[in-house]
Design a protein around this ligand. Structure first.
Ligand code: PLP
Ligand SMILES: N[C@@H](CCOP(=O)(O)O)C(=O)O
Length: 464
């Protein structure tokens, strides 16, 4: 399987090269040259498989030729061995024909674990084989950081640097990152917002001359294709549990960088009968504005109570646009150039294609708080703020009541006690046992100004 850039100018790469490259040399993102697709009969034959068995079926065609089957099975087994629930991605019913897919049963309590525990094992395997050392640089609005650190901290071939926006992540999220004191783990609190962190990481990929001799940068953000690939699995897992491929299913996805919902889009292209995908945003609503009124213009980023979705530049939207524009790299380059100057306008054809599958919704902090309270009142089920936005979107935007609606629960409520307490006075969701002493642990991180030179010299100095 070959991987090509969404901007059409970078060389095609193998799977292994693509996951080690991160951003393509033309600034685009890697996608498979062609997608594997599965017949209805084949999908039906997967009913009852364990999460790990299903992951193998779905991931194998993407890595064929690069990773032998038995090795891939080992990578998958190790990746999901630290999850706290045997089902890996259990579902809870919250109303008639409405389900919450709990993607927070991994070690760091957010859906990021699905891809990042997998990516950690994958990188360990590939780098060990190549006897190569790399520098990982990642940007986080709160959840990618801890999942990436957990995935990479035992890998001797990796030095990992995670940039989070200073004072813009929850205390639990920050401590999950900054209390990991391994020699190869470095946290930078950047005086800026998530987009500043992400910009800095992307710009560093374009010019890696600041790295020590012989090192290359690897991405753990969803610009790395392996992240998206691993996330396709749970759409099939949930769909199969609800009667697919014989029945359709719909998903509502709390959205920021568009990685998670893009994986749902790919699942539908690979054969899962998906009736609808709902893009649920907080008041940083650029994707909702784009899909509902063709307004994809940058605005000031707001700090909300769902901080992980405080994102204005959604990296993976480019991957969807690439398909909507008939895989025309030049057209994507033009759109991205326009967006760099403030806004881009989609063609009527692209927008109408998108609306066949996608709907969108925006919910501010007040609406989110109301949703947590209302759902808790009726079911005693406690939502995290991001999931609450997804569930409200599911209830407002759903096209068909007869098709099961799955809302992706992207984080555990204990990561966001401030929002939960605002919704239900006196409620303090407990952290799972393995994090009982999180607030007693020592923290280590560096606060840096939003200055590329400072960040890059920090990375250079601390790369071993
Ligand atoms: C808890 C949570 N929910 C939703 C999202 C949005 O996911 P995506 O960026 O893949 O759209 C994120 C971060 O990205 C997150 O951490
Ligand atoms: N919400 C994310 C932001 C980074 O997104 P990614 O999926 O591209 O890593 C976070 O929690 O860090």
């Amino acid at each position: 399987m070959k991987y090509i850039s969404t901007r059409g100018q970078a060389p095609a790469l193998s799977f292994e090269e693509a996951i080690l490259t991160g951003l393509a040399s033309d600034g685009g993102l890697y996608v498979p040259e062609s997608l594997p697709s599965f017949s209805k009969e084949e999908i039906a034959s997967w009913a009852g498989l364990s999460y790990q068995e299903l992951a193998f079926k779905i991931i194998e065609p993407f890595v064929a030729g690069d990773i032998p089957s038995e090795d891939l099975k080992g990578i998958i087994e190790r990746a999901y061995s630290s999850f706290r629930h045997e089902a890996i991605a259990p579902m809870v019913q919250t109303a008639h024909n409405e389900w919450v897919l709990e993607l927070f049963q991994g070690p760091t309590l957010a859906f990021k674990d699905f891809a990042l525990q997998f990516l950690g094992q994958l990188l360990d395997y590939v780098l060990n084989k190549r006897q190569q050392k790399v520098v990982v640089m990642g940007a986080t609005s709160g959840d990618t950081g801890s999942a990436a650190i957990e995935g990479c901290r035992r890998c001797q071939h990796i030095d990992i640097f995670i940039l989070h926006p200073h004072q813009r992540v929850s205390d639990v999220q920050r401590r999950q990152m900054t209390t990991v004191l391994s020699d190869n783990v470095h946290n930078i609190a950047l005086k800026g917002n998530f987009d500043d962190c992400q910009n800095m990481v992307k710009a560093s990929f374009a010019d890696q001359s600041f790295l020590p001799e012989g090192r290359q940068l690897v991405a753990v953000n969803s610009i790395n294709w392996a992240r998206i690939m691993a996330q396709i699995v749970y759409y099939f897992y949930a769909g199969l549990a609800l009667g697919a491929p014989h029945k359709d299913v719909a998903f509502s996805v709390p959205t920021g960088n568009f990685g998670d919902i893009f994986a749902g889009y790919l699942a539908s292209k690979m054969g899962l009968p998906v009736d609808q995908l709902i893009v649920a945003t907080n008041s940083n609503d650029i994707l909702h504005r784009c899909l509902s009124s063709n307004d994809h213009s940058k605005k000031e980023l707001e700090h909300t109570l769902s901080p992980s979705m405080d994102i204005m530049v959604s990296s993976n939207f480019e991957r969807l646009l690439f398909d909507l524009y008939g895989r025309d790299g030049a057209a994507i380059q033009q759109l991205m150039d326009d967006f760099k100057s403030g806004s881009m306008t989609l063609s009527d054809e692209a927008l109408s294609k998108a609306s066949e599958l996608f709907s969108s919704y925006r919910l501010d902090d007040d609406g989110m708080i109301e949703t947590i309270a209302k759902v808790y009142d009726s079911t005693e089920y406690l939502l995290d703020p991001h999931t609450a936005i997804g569930l409200a979107a599911a209830r407002c935007e759903r096209r068909r009541q007869d098709i099961p609606m799955v809302c992706l629960a992207t984080a555990h409520p204990a990561k966001f006690p401030e929002a939960v307490e605002k919704a239900i006075a006196g409620m303090q969701p407990p952290l799972p046992h393995h994090m009982n002493d999180l607030f007693e642990r020592e923290e280590r991180y560096e606060v840096l100004s939003n200055d590329m030179g400072l960040v890059q010299s920090f990375v250079q100095k601390h790369s071993r």
